[in-house]
Unconditional design. Structure first.
Length: 47
């Protein structure tokens, strides 16, 4: 069980390191965000 826990920790560190590399080189896309509903409502009222 101890070996499994150690390997799990190693995998999590490796994936974190990989994510930082991907962010540094702009290989990681930004996840879709939510629209600003208040801003959309204001634009709809104006036009």
């Amino acid at each position: 069980m101890l070996n499994y826990e150690r390997q799990s920790l190693d995998v999590s560190r490796l994936s974190e390191s990989g994510a930082h590399i991907m962010i540094k080189h702009n290989w990681l896309e930004q996840p879709p965000g939510m629209e600003d509903r208040e801003k959309l409502a204001q634009n709809k009222q104006k036009g």
